[in-house]
Design a protein around this ligand. Sequence first.
Ligand SMILES: Cc1cc2nc3c(=O)[nH]c(=O)nc-3n(C[C@H](O)[C@H](O)[C@H](O)COP(=O)(O)O)c2cc1C
Length: 196
Amino acid sequence: MNELLKNIYERRAVRKYKNVPVAKEVIDQLIAAGCMAPSAMNRQPWKFYILTDSSQVASFSKQIAQKALGQMKRLSIKEAAKMTLSFFHLSKVIDFIKTQDHVFYGAPAVIFITSPRKDEWGSLDVGMCAQNIMLAAKALGLDTCPVGFARFVMQTKDYFTLNIPATEQVELAIIVGFGDERPKPHNRVENNVVYI
Ligand SMILES: Cc1cc2nc3c(=O)[nH]c(=O)nc-3n(C[C@H](O)[C@H](O)[C@H](O)COP(=O)(O)O)c2cc1C
């Protein structure tokens, strides 16, 4: 199979990582690939804030989990379940409960991606950029997981240490590392194509 297609089919959201760092040069390559994504009106609105210090990653993970749980407690059980399942598949909920690091899964690198608050296409552009990063990572033998829960970082007490200007918002984080699991692909939704 064509290498790019192979990466597309073999990329998985990986939630268990080896305790092996990712070299800065490799992260730089991923970011460069991310920046080659298309963007509305070529605005290239993304900015990247990267954590590679394991104690910082662990600390943010804990603070984000607390904020996310705090929000869930204010929801009904049905709404909380909906929110959890909007981020990951039901089969992963048990793993979520069992793991120590509920947000960044012990990954050695976390890339927060922001867009300007007032950019109507920002989220979509960041999504495209994020997918480039994840496919580039796969091509380089690394694994990733997009982490929407990372948005709660904006509510954490240490958020200011990231020096993200108030004009930007965190859209997503991509965790990167050498995976220590090989999740099976989820079935894909079918019958969602209409040729006119
Ligand atoms: C926008 C977005 C946000 C996501 N947020 C989370 C998250 O916070 N935590 C998590 O474990 N997985 C998260 N995921 C990963 C999805 O659960 C995963 O992509 C999906 O279950 C399909 O699995 P696959 O990527 O292995 O095909 C997110 C994915 C996307 C696209």
